[in-house]
Design a protein around this ligand. Sequence first.
Ligand SMILES: *Cc1c(COP(=O)(O)O)cnc(C)c1O
Length: 403
Amino acid sequence: MTGSAEGVERLQALEARYAMPTYARAPVEFVRGQGCVLWDSEGREYLDLFSGLAVHNAGHCHPDVVAAVQDQVARIAGASNLYYSGPAMELHERLAELGLGGRSFLCNSGAEANECAIKLVRKHAHERGIERPEIVVLDHGFHGRTLAALAATTKLAREDLFGPLPEGFVGVPRDDPEALSAAVGERTAAVIVEPVQGEAGVHPIADAVLTAARAACDRSGALLVFDEIQTGMGRTGTFWAYQGTDVRPDVLTAGKALGGGLPVGACAIAPQLGEGLTLGEHGSTFAGGAIGSRAALAAIGVLSDPDLLADVGERGSLLAERCLEIPGVVDVRGRGLMLGLALGEGLDAREVARGALDAGLVVNAPNPATVRLLPPLVISEQEVVQGVDRLAEVVGGAVGARG
Ligand SMILES: *Cc1c(COP(=O)(O)O)cnc(C)c1O
């Protein structure tokens, strides 16, 4: 059994009665975290290879993040965007220094970052005289749950339930550079790419596709947008994933780990895009709040360290190599510490994830064929080895049960 049986049963009863049942929750309540270790309400210890879905890249309760938040929350939480906030302006500066070099808009989630990008590229298209702009997206990409972000997420957009959805999104296969080039034309405002598709089960987009997207945008005047909400903040071994490729986007969206565990998102642009969105064109009450911005600055401080980024590459290679040696794991995809383990036939990743939880290991199953690993980037070599050993036991048990 996992978790405090009584405690979790009470939470399940509350959920069953009062919460919209939008999530498939495992029967565990985590009540404390430190680095790569989590404790549940019964005091059981777990090794975390999931980071709350690529959020706690700096590890749980990193002292710099905790200190920044504690200090700021006792000073002032914010006074609205009608006044200045030091932390927000410094966060804009850091985002420019570490990425595309231009301006940014701060927001509160990944989906909001993509909404901002979608408005921005549509405005850019209208300024080029395109009346009905189109946005090309890759199939199986994930961009969020708000209406426009959902329309950009071709596999989840449910016209039957949520229609009419915003128009103007065109899906192309994720592995076909020619199809992508052919889809980009006079009406194209932008191509949006998730450089490593996370929710789809960790599928890196081939360099040929990224290069084709860049070339098609350059030819047509469209903008290239990278959704780095999951791949950013050091996850793939460079601060942004694009820095590990030959391609530089015009627009980059960030979220998840950006806020060091707090809800912070950003849409950042290259200098040639100038001001981006201007007065009255966009805004959000909590965006750029002082506490979130302080947390983001602290997280960025931890995750932009070149030594840490080098470690991500090394630990990622070790983790990938060791996982590939586990009988039942037939392939390992991904970059850095963003890995998808493809399981052999007859194995169910959701069962593996459940079994791992029982064995004190937190992993994720984005689909029945894939175990996804997204450990905190501060993971030690010893923790990598420990995690692989535990996972091998669980997968070994499942292989045995398969017969
Ligand atoms: C999680 C995610 C989003 C959505 O972010 P939210 O904060 O959940 O709105 C968008 N794109 C990618 C690639 C993501 O992984």
